[in-house]
Design a protein around this ligand. Structure first.
Ligand code: ACO
Length: 335
């Protein structure tokens, strides 16, 4: 008997209601709407209200994804939570979702991989389903960036790019053997691990304590990024891995109905589309409204593209991501 294909059975997302425009940012730091839009495409993003956290958004996205899939919480037998901005240093958000949803004592995996977190999670879920290990997996990608960014002029290069959100998918066996995840490829290269990183607080060598006052006052606790290196590497790795998954299935870019790229920067995605020779009408972007929501970008984009009628059953869809690590990967699906 051949193993069943895994398929995304339902999608859900949660966007905090507080909209922060580029004009709002100009009141906090020396920047401009024009600079941000020209360099990144971002026009506005969402920031959480005080009572919201990463896992509380994850729970809302998960409920929406389960409703969309027609799956009851009691049917979920595994949680995978991808984030770089967990509520606690430990434990991870997975167990907080298990608790809040009142699920049984099911496994809860927490994964990192930053911007590639959701595609890495999709590959894990696909493997678990095909192996028969679990039947209905809840995959969540969520970020609360707004509490970890430097909102002064010192942090402007990074802060303007990011937003808060959560997205979720329920993954299970496909009842149609033609539909579902066809293949996936994940990669990493730690050579430039510190080029896009949040290195403090941490347990790295030669530190006497997890975090100290100087780390806070000097701004070392905020993320650092070599923007140009990230840009150049992303536009190389994303097209490469899209071609890998297509070649694996004997398909070409011309067969793709929709490319769902991670939303790091609109300029990166425009370049990726150009290098792949794919028409921009077949690439869905929404970074303009939400900024880079890291582990949440892929489910947010998938759900929005589907709602806009850009993805139909039977379509060939590729989700591709690149981010800190560096890590990158692509998942090819027959929708
Ligand atoms: N507003 C106004 N001016 C700014 C801002 C800002 N928000 N940020 C930086 N500047 C200034 C700089 O101080 C600098 O001024 P100077 O010339 O007087 O020194 C000037 O703008 C140019 O700065 P650069 O950092 O060289 O700007 P660059 O053209 O490289 O653009 C950017 C920066 C947008 C980050 C670009 O490098 C990029 O797109 N990189 C990709 C990184 C990315 O997308 N990261 C997303 C997260 S990672 C991920 O998800 C994969």
């Amino acid at each position: 008997m051949t193993a069943p294909r895994a398929r995304i059975l339902g999608l859900g997302s949660y966007l905090p209601p507080r909209v922060v425009t580029n004009h709002d940012l100009t009141k906090m730091m020396d920047t401009s709407h024009e600079w941000i839009v020209e360099r990144s495409g971002v026009e506005e993003r969402r920031w959480v209200d005080p009572e919201e956290g990463n896992h509380t958004m994850g729970v809302k996205a998960a409920r929406a994804a389960m409703a969309d899939a027609g799956v009851e919480p009691g049917e979920i037998d595994c949680i995978i939570y991808a984030t770089l901005s967990p509520d606690y240093y430990f434990p991870g958000c997975g167990v907080l979702v298990q608790r809040d949803l009142g699920l049984g004592h099911i496994p809860a995996y927490d994964i990192r991989q930053q911007c590639s977190g959701f595609v890495y999670g999709l590959q894990m879920a696909d493997a678990f389903i095909r192996a028969g290990q679990y039947q209905k997996i809840l995959l969540i990608g969520g970020e609360v960036h707004s509490r970890g960014l430097d909102k002064s002029t010192r942090g402007r290069t990074i802060t303007v790019l990011f937003g808060d959100a959560a997205g979720a998918a329920v993954i299970g066996a496909s009842d149609d053997p033609a539909r579902g995840i066809l293949t996936s490829r994940m990669h990493s290269d730690g050579t430039d691990a510190e080029c896009l990183a949040m290195q403090y607080p941490g347990m790295a060598p030669n530190r006497d304590v997890f975090v100290n006052l100087d780390d806070v006052e000097s701004g070392r606790i905020f993320p650092n990024m070599d923007g140009q290196k990230v840009f150049k590497t992303a536009v190389k790795r994303m097209p490469q891995v899209v071609q890998e998954v297509l070649a694996d299935q004997g398909l070409t870019v011309a067969d793709l109905a929709m490319l769902i790229p991670h939303q790091a920067n609109l300029r990166i995605n425009e370049m990726v589309a150009k290098l792949l020779h794919i028409d921009e009408s077949k690439v869905h972007n929404n970074i303009q409204k939400y900024g880079n929501t890291t582990a949440a970008t892929i489910p947010l984009c998938l759900e929005e593209a589907r709602a806009l009628g850009k993805i139909h059953p039977g379509d060939l869809v590729c989700a591709v991501a690149f981010g800190s690590g560096f890590t990158w990967g692509a998942v090819l699906m027959r929708w």
